[in-house]
Design a protein around this ligand. Sequence first.
Ligand code: THU
Length: 160
Amino acid sequence: MKKVEIKTEITVFDSFDELLKEDKSLMNEAIKAKQNAYAPYSKFSVGAALLLEDGTIIKGNNQENAAYPSGMCAERVAIWNASSQFPDKKVVKLAISASSSSHIVKEPVAPCGACRQTLSEYEMKQKEPIAIFFMGEEGKVIKASSVLDLLPIAFDKSFL
Ligand code: THU
């Protein structure tokens, strides 16, 4: 028996202002995408914007449903939107922003486990990392350079 330490790395920016210009502009697209979130139940709106290798930006937002589990997260709406339209274009970056109508979201909102799993499928398919930037409504921004930094020991097709 042995214990194995697993290390991942993230970058923490003190604020949006610390981001590079191109990352700010992708995050601004995520913030805009958030406006069309359909979140009447949770009142928690999430916007996601993906940058494809040719500069195309694809957006998504959370879409809720009265039958709660039938709703979908912003990140999966965005990545499926990208893959369904441009299956052969690589995804370079993903920016995520979240806010609530009941409180100010001050901490970076990380993608949920199911979104991490979904994103990892496309990262492995394209054999190049997808950088993920996430924030709340204000405050810090976190960057992970790869989906696998947020999902160590991932399940993938090699097990099938
Ligand atoms: N949500 C996302 O859009 N992305 C996540 O990674 C976490 C949660 C949405 C789903 C639901 O509409 C609302 O946030 C509250 O969970």
